[in-house]
Ligand binder design. Structure first.
Ligand SMILES: [Zn+2]
Length: 181
């Protein structure tokens, strides 16, 4: 019940494209499942050889997981829905690998300021082991709101100013006098 209430505040008709959110969520969960699968399980079922099954199995589950993430992003793009920043941080945007700390990615804190003297310059660097690309996030800075929300706030403050100013009232008066005459 609480969920429905929360969604209703966003829009009058509840959540649009609910089935697409469901599908994206399902794909993400499937990708997490495949990424967390022990490599031996798939290797045993897929091949009987003993020498190479480990790497083959690993590649198979990794590729499946990547394929799921790729589909999820395709679905989101097609429907123009936005995934949460927290979710996007768990995906490598260069190769669609699900980033699991220690398994598919390495996280370090970097500080490029002179001698590391500026504590607010700390950057969390997440490097993907599959493709070697890294994403950097500021550690201490608060996240900026997205542009559409910032613009909305600006517009609202402008609207308040104009409605309070006497210019609008005058314009209305002149209009009404014109109608009368
Ligand atoms: Zn990657």
């Amino acid at each position: 019940m609480a969920k429905v209430k929360g969604q209703k505040t966003k829009g009058p008709q509840g959540v649009q494209n609910r089935h697409i959110y469901n599908r994206a969520s399902y794909l993400y969960q499937a990708a997490t499942y495949f990424a967390s699968q022990p490599h031996d399980a798939v290797a045993k079922s897929s091949s009987a050889s003993v020498a190479a099954p480990n790497t083959n199995g690993q590649n198979a589950t990794q590729n499946l997981s990547r394929q799921m993430i790729s589909s999820m992003r395709a679905v989101s793009l097609k429907a123009q829905i936005r995934q949460s920043p927290a979710l996007k941080r768990t995906i490598c945007k260069f190769c669609d690998t699900l980033l699991i700390e220690g398994q598919t990615c390495n996280s370090t804190v970097e500080n490029d300021s002179k001698g590391g003297r500026k504590p607010w310059a700390d950057l969390l660097t997440i490097r993907c082991k599959t493709c070697g690309n890294a994403k950097r996030y500021p550690v201490n800075a608060p996240r900026q709101k997205r542009r559409s929300l910032r613009n909305q706030e600006k517009d609202e403050s402008k609207m308040d100013v104009t409605s309070d100013s006497p210019a609008d009232g005058q314009a209305l008066e002149t209009l009404s006098t014109k109608r009368d005459s």
